[in-house]
Design a protein around this ligand. Structure first.
Ligand code: SF4
Length: 119
């Protein structure tokens, strides 16, 4: 379930399905993600200030959908971004490359494999 405004099309919303693609960078920079569901120890202890978080998702993604959803030349259809699956917990994400750490089970990037979505 995304916490940002979703288009309703899975392919266009793949980057904002929780835990979203922006979580790691926000937790690293601000100590928490945009929705403050994921927080770091420093954020909890108050070492990290509870500053407002700037939206990291580009505005054009809201207008056009996740940009790795590419229009197929000639076919006029859309193709989804590469989906990766964590081999440890099954977490799925659509990104240019898998995350350094799985946001669910903390498995390393090497534990991800390419996953083919059907249908
Ligand atoms: S990781 Fe945080 S910002 Fe991203 S969708 Fe989940 S709750 Fe929202």
């Amino acid at each position: 379930m995304p916490c940002r405004l979703a288009s309703g099309l899975l392919a266009d919303d793949m980057d904002i399905i929780c835990p979203c693609n922006y979580r790691d960078a926000d937790v690293e920079e601000y100590g928490c993600c945009l929705c403050v569901l994921y927080v770091s120890d420093d954020w909890i202890s108050g070492k990290k200030k509870h500053d407002p978080i700037e939206e990291r998702r580009p505005q054009e993604y809201y207008e056009k959908g996740y940009p790795s959803v590419m229009e197929q030349k000639g076919a006029g259809g859309k193709e989804m971004a590469q989906v990766y699956r964590c081999n440890v917990c099954g977490y799925l994400c659509a990104r240019e490359e898998p995350p350094d750490l799985c946001p669910i089970c903390r498995a390393k990037k090497e534990r991800f494999e390419e996953f083919e979505m059907k249908g």
